[in-house]
Design a protein around this ligand. Sequence first.
Ligand SMILES: [Zn+2]
Length: 217
Amino acid sequence: MRPSRVLFTLVLALASAGFAQGPPPEAGPFRKPDLVEIVKLDATIKLDVRYATKNNFLGKAVYSSARAFLQRQAAQALVRVNQSLRKQGFGLVVFDGYRPWSVTKVFWEATPEDKKIFVADPSKGSRHNRGCAVDLSLFDLKTGVPVRMPSEYDEMTERAHINYECAPPEAKRLRDLLRSAMAAEGFSVYEPEWWHYDYQDWKDYPIMNVKFSRIRV
Ligand SMILES: [Zn+2]
Protein backbone atom coordinates (compact mmCIF):
# COMPACT_ATOMS: atom_id res chain seq x y z
CA MET A 1 0.00 0.00 0.00
CA ARG A 2 1.25 3.53 -0.80
CA PRO A 3 2.07 5.71 2.22
CA SER A 4 -0.80 8.11 1.41
CA ARG A 5 -3.18 5.16 1.21
CA VAL A 6 -1.93 3.82 4.56
CA LEU A 7 -2.53 7.22 6.12
CA PHE A 8 -6.01 7.45 4.63
CA THR A 9 -6.91 3.98 5.94
CA LEU A 10 -5.54 4.83 9.37
CA VAL A 11 -7.56 8.07 9.56
CA LEU A 12 -10.71 6.20 8.53
CA ALA A 13 -10.13 3.50 11.16
CA LEU A 14 -9.55 6.06 13.89
CA ALA A 15 -12.62 8.05 12.88
CA SER A 16 -14.90 5.03 12.92
CA ALA A 17 -13.41 3.79 16.21
CA GLY A 18 -13.96 7.21 17.73
CA PHE A 19 -17.55 7.30 16.56
CA ALA A 20 -18.23 3.84 17.98
CA GLN A 21 -16.74 4.73 21.34
CA GLY A 22 -18.76 7.82 22.09
CA PRO A 23 -22.43 8.66 22.58
CA PRO A 24 -24.40 9.64 19.44
CA PRO A 25 -24.41 13.37 18.65
CA GLU A 26 -27.66 15.13 19.62
CA ALA A 27 -29.00 18.51 18.59
CA GLY A 28 -30.68 19.67 21.80
CA PRO A 29 -31.43 22.11 23.34
CA PHE A 30 -31.36 20.31 26.68
CA ARG A 31 -31.80 21.21 30.31
CA LYS A 32 -28.64 21.32 32.37
CA PRO A 33 -28.20 17.86 33.92
CA ASP A 34 -28.72 17.81 37.69
CA LEU A 35 -28.18 14.26 38.87
CA VAL A 36 -28.94 13.57 42.52
CA GLU A 37 -28.41 10.46 44.58
CA ILE A 38 -31.85 8.98 45.27
CA VAL A 39 -31.19 7.87 48.86
CA LYS A 40 -30.01 11.37 49.77
CA LEU A 41 -33.55 12.61 49.10
CA ASP A 42 -35.22 9.68 50.86
CA ALA A 43 -33.17 7.25 52.95
CA THR A 44 -36.13 4.85 53.26
CA ILE A 45 -35.80 3.89 49.58
CA LYS A 46 -33.79 0.67 49.45
CA LEU A 47 -31.05 -0.08 46.95
CA ASP A 48 -30.18 -3.40 45.30
CA VAL A 49 -27.76 -2.29 42.60
CA ARG A 50 -27.07 -5.59 40.87
CA TYR A 51 -24.75 -4.03 38.31
CA ALA A 52 -22.30 -3.28 41.11
CA THR A 53 -22.15 -7.04 41.81
CA LYS A 54 -21.77 -10.25 39.82
CA ASN A 55 -25.48 -10.94 40.34
CA ASN A 56 -26.69 -9.65 36.97
CA PHE A 57 -27.17 -10.94 33.43
CA LEU A 58 -23.52 -10.21 32.58
CA GLY A 59 -22.15 -12.14 35.58
CA LYS A 60 -19.70 -9.31 36.31
CA ALA A 61 -19.75 -5.92 38.00
CA VAL A 62 -20.00 -2.93 35.66
CA TYR A 63 -20.45 -0.22 38.32
CA SER A 64 -17.69 0.61 40.76
CA SER A 65 -20.16 1.38 43.56
CA ALA A 66 -23.74 0.48 44.50
CA ARG A 67 -25.32 3.89 43.98
CA ALA A 68 -28.36 5.15 42.08
CA PHE A 69 -28.87 8.62 40.61
CA LEU A 70 -31.67 10.40 38.74
CA GLN A 71 -32.23 13.91 37.45
CA ARG A 72 -33.54 15.95 40.37
CA GLN A 73 -37.15 16.28 39.19
CA ALA A 74 -37.42 12.55 38.48
CA ALA A 75 -35.88 11.74 41.88
CA GLN A 76 -38.33 14.08 43.63
CA ALA A 77 -41.22 12.39 41.84
CA LEU A 78 -39.87 9.00 42.90
CA VAL A 79 -39.82 10.12 46.53
CA ARG A 80 -43.50 10.99 46.21
CA VAL A 81 -44.20 7.51 44.80
CA ASN A 82 -42.42 5.97 47.78
CA GLN A 83 -44.44 8.09 50.21
CA SER A 84 -47.73 7.09 48.61
CA LEU A 85 -46.85 3.39 48.66
CA ARG A 86 -45.89 3.52 52.35
CA LYS A 87 -49.55 4.06 53.19
CA GLN A 88 -50.22 0.69 51.59
CA GLY A 89 -47.41 -1.09 53.41
CA PHE A 90 -44.73 -1.06 50.71
CA GLY A 91 -41.47 0.68 49.96
CA LEU A 92 -39.44 1.05 46.78
CA VAL A 93 -36.30 -0.95 46.08
CA VAL A 94 -34.21 0.53 43.27
CA PHE A 95 -32.03 -1.64 41.03
CA ASP A 96 -30.73 1.06 38.72
CA GLY A 97 -31.14 4.71 37.72
CA TYR A 98 -28.72 6.82 35.68
CA ARG A 99 -26.42 4.58 33.65
CA PRO A 100 -23.34 5.89 31.81
CA TRP A 101 -23.56 5.43 28.02
CA SER A 102 -20.45 3.23 28.00
CA VAL A 103 -22.30 0.68 30.17
CA THR A 104 -25.26 0.63 27.76
CA LYS A 105 -22.75 -0.24 25.03
CA VAL A 106 -21.37 -3.13 27.11
CA PHE A 107 -24.93 -4.46 27.64
CA TRP A 108 -25.74 -4.25 23.92
CA GLU A 109 -22.62 -6.09 22.88
CA ALA A 110 -23.18 -8.85 25.49
CA THR A 111 -26.82 -9.50 24.54
CA PRO A 112 -27.78 -12.04 21.83
CA GLU A 113 -29.83 -10.80 18.86
CA ASP A 114 -33.08 -12.42 19.99
CA LYS A 115 -32.91 -10.62 23.37
CA LYS A 116 -32.04 -7.13 22.10
CA ILE A 117 -35.55 -5.89 22.99
CA PHE A 118 -34.36 -5.96 26.62
CA VAL A 119 -31.40 -3.62 26.08
CA ALA A 120 -31.01 -0.17 24.54
CA ASP A 121 -29.19 0.42 21.25
CA PRO A 122 -26.12 2.59 22.06
CA SER A 123 -26.42 4.32 18.67
CA LYS A 124 -29.65 5.83 20.03
CA GLY A 125 -28.78 5.88 23.73
CA SER A 126 -30.97 4.84 26.65
CA ARG A 127 -33.29 6.83 28.87
CA HIS A 128 -31.12 5.52 31.70
CA ASN A 129 -28.26 7.47 30.03
CA ARG A 130 -30.37 10.63 30.41
CA GLY A 131 -30.88 10.04 34.14
CA CYS A 132 -34.61 9.69 33.55
CA ALA A 133 -35.20 5.93 33.77
CA VAL A 134 -35.36 3.80 36.86
CA ASP A 135 -35.51 0.03 37.40
CA LEU A 136 -37.28 -0.87 40.62
CA SER A 137 -39.62 -3.09 42.58
CA LEU A 138 -41.42 -3.14 45.94
CA PHE A 139 -40.52 -4.47 49.36
CA ASP A 140 -42.82 -5.25 52.28
CA LEU A 141 -42.40 -2.59 54.99
CA LYS A 142 -43.13 -5.08 57.79
CA THR A 143 -40.49 -7.64 56.79
CA GLY A 144 -38.11 -5.58 54.64
CA VAL A 145 -38.25 -8.40 52.09
CA PRO A 146 -38.74 -7.68 48.35
CA VAL A 147 -42.12 -8.83 47.09
CA ARG A 148 -42.60 -11.58 44.56
CA MET A 149 -43.28 -10.16 41.09
CA PRO A 150 -44.33 -12.14 37.97
CA SER A 151 -40.65 -12.50 36.98
CA GLU A 152 -37.21 -11.81 38.36
CA TYR A 153 -35.60 -8.43 37.65
CA ASP A 154 -33.78 -8.49 34.28
CA GLU A 155 -35.38 -11.81 33.39
CA MET A 156 -35.44 -11.76 29.59
CA THR A 157 -38.69 -13.72 29.14
CA GLU A 158 -42.36 -13.10 28.41
CA ARG A 159 -43.02 -13.15 32.17
CA ALA A 160 -41.35 -9.74 32.36
CA HIS A 161 -44.06 -8.12 30.20
CA ILE A 162 -46.33 -5.71 32.08
CA ASN A 163 -49.39 -7.49 30.66
CA TYR A 164 -48.23 -11.05 31.36
CA GLU A 165 -51.31 -12.81 32.69
CA CYS A 166 -50.18 -16.28 33.78
CA ALA A 167 -48.62 -15.18 37.09
CA PRO A 168 -49.94 -15.67 40.64
CA PRO A 169 -52.72 -13.12 41.35
CA GLU A 170 -50.79 -11.47 44.20
CA ALA A 171 -47.71 -10.98 42.01
CA LYS A 172 -49.86 -9.36 39.32
CA ARG A 173 -51.59 -7.17 41.90
CA LEU A 174 -48.26 -5.85 43.19
CA ARG A 175 -46.87 -5.33 39.68
CA ASP A 176 -49.98 -3.30 38.83
CA LEU A 177 -49.88 -1.42 42.16
CA LEU A 178 -46.32 -0.31 41.33
CA ARG A 179 -47.43 0.76 37.85
CA SER A 180 -50.33 2.89 39.07
CA ALA A 181 -48.25 4.54 41.81
CA MET A 182 -45.51 5.36 39.28
CA ALA A 183 -47.99 6.60 36.65
CA ALA A 184 -49.51 9.01 39.20
CA GLU A 185 -46.14 10.82 39.39
CA GLY A 186 -45.31 10.92 35.69
CA PHE A 187 -43.48 7.63 35.11
CA SER A 188 -44.49 5.29 32.30
CA VAL A 189 -43.58 1.63 32.17
CA TYR A 190 -41.54 0.04 29.38
CA GLU A 191 -44.00 -2.72 28.53
CA PRO A 192 -41.56 -5.62 27.99
CA GLU A 193 -40.09 -4.98 31.51
CA TRP A 194 -42.40 -4.47 34.51
CA TRP A 195 -39.45 -2.96 36.48
CA HIS A 196 -38.42 -0.23 33.99
CA TYR A 197 -39.98 3.25 34.12
CA ASP A 198 -39.26 6.42 32.14
CA TYR A 199 -39.84 9.85 33.59
CA GLN A 200 -42.07 12.13 31.50
CA ASP A 201 -39.39 14.78 30.84
CA TRP A 202 -36.70 12.39 29.56
CA LYS A 203 -36.45 14.15 26.17
CA ASP A 204 -35.27 17.31 27.91
CA TYR A 205 -32.00 15.76 29.11
CA PRO A 206 -28.95 14.74 27.07
CA ILE A 207 -27.31 11.33 26.87
CA MET A 208 -24.53 11.33 29.47
CA ASN A 209 -21.38 9.28 29.84
CA VAL A 210 -20.16 10.36 33.27
CA LYS A 211 -18.91 7.71 35.69
CA PHE A 212 -20.49 7.53 39.15
CA SER A 213 -17.21 8.55 40.78
CA ARG A 214 -17.27 11.84 38.83
CA ILE A 215 -20.83 12.85 39.72
CA ARG A 216 -20.84 15.71 42.20
CA VAL A 217 -23.89 15.51 44.44
ZN1 LIG B 1 -34.24 -0.12 32.82
